[in-house]
Design a protein around this ligand. Structure first.
Ligand code: NAD
Ligand code: WQD
Length: 336
């Protein structure tokens, strides 16, 4: 089977391409490289010992998209391409709606035209907003609190409508919690441009000496040690969840919504100490005020994915920290 991966040069996309190749799928990637480098594709090819066809195409470019679909036989699409920075989405909402929502509309139109009706979509736990309790099940109310999250919910709804109009579509909506970690080879990993806004890449850059000190956003939450609690899931487990979701699409039709998380939450201070252990480096940190929009605690009930896909996350926090450290220490400048 030939799988088209949009955003395949990015963090989760590159790890998923590798697991798809390892599972025997053929892979083509569409990416405009707005938040990634083609070097990730070179490294995935090296690790898998197999080729990936790479198309530098923007999802907003309908003609470019049409050429890709017209020139290849595609069996299914995994759709990662999108912008994902919450604070940037608050500042530039139109950019986010344009890129994420219009890009998806173009993709769906091309899929319809070329009769490709299988899609796995990268949604996010951010669609739940501030959950009233934890763990979070797929039935929880959907109430994203920022434009980025609203693009995810809009796309979920668009895809449901596509299915309602044509029941031949098979659609998986995967809501990831907090992907972290890197491939154990240390060859591919997360490489955010500028100063990272997420916890793991920030800590990694402090550990490698590129940043001086981590700001811990609040220690007065109602959690075990007062700092925010999240469900960090190894990116390779996330990637394997996509391979399982694809297998499911081949067997069962309809729309399926699944959380991809571990079911276990860790506080910011627990992450710092696990990372110190893995890296052997001290992580200087200071407690500062809460970050606007943050919630105290969020972690998944992942039992539906286990039931429906036979998938569960099997890599723990220590492995996540060791893998991030291996990636960061051997690539202090990322893919540059
Ligand atoms: P990423 O930025 O590393 O990857 C996204 C890729 O999409 C990049 O390579 C970027 O160049 C590409 N892209 C963006 N807009 C495009 C366009 N218009 N046309 C073509 N390519 C385009 O991000 P990631 O962390 O790998 O996330 C992948 C997906 O998962 C995103 O949709 C994101 O919203 C979602 N997600 C991520 C997280 C997370 O914490 N990383 C959590 C939940 C959901
Ligand atoms: C984790 C914890 C922070 C940075 C975001 C998006 C979400 C999803 C995943 C895409 C929180 C604390 C962080 C720092 C800190 N992405 N923190 N100092 O906010 O749970 O989720 O990424 O869909 O939509 O909102 O992840 O890694 O930013 O924060 O103390 O420098 O670390 O307050 O408790 P978050 P995060």
């Amino acid at each position: 089977m030939n799988i088209l991966v949009t955003g395949g040069a990015g963090y989760i996309g590159s790890h998923t391409c590798l697991e798809l190749l390892n599972a025997g799928y053929d892979v083509e990637v569409i990416d405009n490289l707005s938040n990634s480098r083609e070097e990730s594709m070179i490294r995935v090819r090296e690790l898998a010992g197999r080729n990936i066809v790479f198309h530098k195409v923007d999802l907003l470019d309908k003609i470019g998209l049409d050429k890709v679909f017209g020139s290849s036989q595609i069996d299914a699409v995994i759709h990662f391409a999108g912008l994902k920075a919450v604070s940037e989405s608050v500042e530039f909402p139109l950019l986010y709606y344009q890129n994420n929502v219009s890009g998806t509309l173009n993709l769906c139109e091309a899929m319809k035209k070329y009769n490709v009706k299988n899609i796995v979509f990268s949604s996010s736990a951010t669609v739940y907003g501030d959950p009233h309790t934890v763990p979070v099940t797929e039935e929880f109310p959907l109430n994203p609190t920022n434009p980025y999250g609203r693009t995810k919910l809009m796309i979920e709804n668009i895809l449901r409508d596509v299915y309602n109009a044509d029941n031949d579509w098979n659609i998986s909506l995967l809501r990831y919690f907090n992907p972290a970690g890197a491939h154990q080879s240390g060859r591919i990993g997360e490489d955010p441009g500028g100063v990272p806004s997420n916890l793991f890449p920030y800590i990694a850059r402090v550990a490698v000496g590129k940043l001086n000190v981590l700001s811990v956003f609040g220690n007065d939450y109602n959690t075990t040690d007062g700092t925010g609690v999240r469900d960090y899931i190894h990116v390779v487990d996330v990637a394997l969840g996509h391979v399982k979701a694809l297998e499911k699409l081949e067997r069962v039709s309809g729309v399926i919504v699944l959380n991809l998380g571990t079911g276990r939450g860790y506080s910011v201070l627990e992450i710092i100490s696990a990372f110190e252990k893995a890296s052997g480096r001290k992580i200087p940190y200071k407690i500062v005020g809460r970050r606007s929009g943050d919630v105290a605690s969020s972690y998944a009930d992942p039992s539906k994915a286990e039931r429906e896909l036979g998938w569960s996350a099997c890599r723990g926090l220590d492995e996540m920290c060791e893998d991030v450290w291996r990636w960061q220490a051997s690539n202090p400048n990322g893919y540059e």
